[in-house]
Design a protein around this ligand. Structure first.
Ligand code: IMP
Length: 428
């Protein structure tokens, strides 16, 4: 098995949870490189639905190790809650979870600052998950952030906490004392998991262990390459795997993009193929498109080849895992966006300027639906001809193979496309 990055090529929620879970069977370590508990990865195993936010989905496969990199921001109570819940359902954490000493801590004042997003207007209203993610990354870049490792050094932590509370007018001694002792205690509790992740991972790679680098959110939510400012505050793209874990690009042997058979987005910001009609509602219902973290209804629309091509280029994606194909089973006609019309010009690339994106009208190609149940189909040959046509057209438009096609949420509801880069990576 090659060491590969698995990431989303749309606005997140592409179904990475199931794909990472499937591939993790073939690796030793699953390493998460960015984001925080804003993410929600849903995995269905034997009719049991498990939603993970911070801990890589590899934890659900016994013996696999999981790493949370320096690029992740950590809400410690949320992390401990997730560990407790998983332990209750029988997951063993001993020598299986490794947390970077350099990851930044989401503090209570970050969560309160993020709530301000709700009151903001215009460009300031991103529609965040209100988990404190943006403010924690802001402090990191402002060089004020508190790192996980700082919690193990009382003097350093006290100094940093004091500055941060003072900056926010929260410097009452009673408040300081309370936050200080609470976070020192948190540090003690998670100490067994804390390591130098770069050192740990590079040693593991040197000794032949196989690593899956797991991205959260999706390319269009990346702070550099997404629909800025309607993005999250980290690099969800492939480069984030190197900076967020302390591994060199020479360690990564492939990039698998996860793409939904249509498109969804939660939160605000431009979305050219959005359907605000009955069709959009139908996709939401059939695809159960409600946020795994916030429960918010997701905005739904047709597959957008410009979005996907933009993401494939940025990440160097060589194989795609297409998910939720079966959700389109009831559609009479299916549309594929192949270009944008902007001020009478045909655009074939995703624009950088969001006001341009907002003015773009999608140019569609229409394909007949298959009106057949494809749920659970596990071989390409068993798919209806119209479904194959839809998949072939996606491969043509994107120029990238479909290595895997998911036809339902369960592990076995999957088509593996033989003799592809994907099967070569996995050695299957
Ligand atoms: P934040 O990450 O909470 O700051 O939110 C910024 C934007 O990213 C909002 O539009 C969120 O809805 C979106 N977002 C954050 N995490 C996810 C995710 O895991 N899936 C989909 N959207 C997300």
């Amino acid at each position: 098995m090659a060491n590969i990055v698995v990431l989303g090529v749309q606005w997140g929620d592409e179904g990475k949870g199931k794909i990472v879970d499937l591939i993790s069977e073939h690796v030793d370590i699953v390493a998460r490189y960015q984001g925080g508990h804003n993410a929600g990865h849903t995995v269905i195993i034997d009719d049991q639905r498990v939603v993970l936010h911070l801990i890589p989905t590899g934890i659900l496969r016994s013996g696999k190790k999981c790493v949370i990199g320096n690029g992740v921001v950590i809400d410690i109570p949320a992390l401990m809650q997730e560990v407790n819940d998983l332990e209750k359902s029988g997951v063993n954490f001993e020598k299986r979870l490794f947390i970077s000493d350099r990851a930044h801590v989401i503090m209570p004042y970050h969560c309160r600052a993020d709530q301000a997003d709700k009151q903001a207007s215009g460009l300031q209203h991103i529609g965040t998950t209100c988990r404190g993610i943006g403010p924690a990354y802001t402090d990191k870049m402002a060089r004020l952030g508190i790192k996980i490792g700082d919690l193990l050094d009382e003097e350093l932590f006290a100094e940093k906490l004091k500055i941060n509370l003072e900056n926010r007018g929260l410097n009452q001694p009673k408040h300081f004392k309370q936050v200080f002792s609470q976070y020192i205690e948190y540090g003690r509790k998670i100490k067994p998991y804390i390591v130098d992740v770069s050192y740990y991972l590079n040693q593991a790679l040197d000794s032949g262990e196989r690593v899956l680098f797991e991205g959260a959110q999706g390319t269009m939510l990346d702070v550099d390459h997404g629909t800025y400012p309607y993005v999250t505050s980290s690099n969800a793209t492939a480069g984030g795997a190197c900076t967020g874990l302390g591994v060199g690009p020479t360690r990564i042997e492939g990039v698998l993009g996860v793409v939904k058979a249509y498109t969804t987005r939660v939160g605000n910001g431009p979305f050219p193929t959005e359907l605000d009609d009955a069709m959009g509602e139908e996709l939401r219902l059939l695809g159960d498109e409600y946020g795994a973290t916030t429960g918010r209804p997701r905005r739904c629309g047709w597959f957008d080849a410009l979005v996907v091509k933009h993401a494939l280029r940025i990440n160097g994606v060589e194989s795609l895992a297409l998910t939720k194909l079966d959700v389109l089973d009831k559609c009479r006609q299916i549309k594929l966006c192949v270009g944008y019309e902007w001020r009478n010009v045909r655009l074939t690339q995703f624009p950088a300027n969001i006001s341009t994106v907002q003015q773009c009208k999608p140019i569609y190609e229409e394909l007949p639906g298959w009106l057949t149940d494809t749920r659970g189909i596990s071989s390409l040959e068993a798919l209806p001809a119209a479904t194959r046509k839809y998949l072939d057209r996606i491969q043509e438009l994107t120029g990238v193979e479909l290595g895997l096609i998911s036809t339902g949420p369960r592990r076995e509801e999957t088509i593996i496309n033989k003799n592809t880069k994907f099967t070569n990576w996995l050695n299957i």
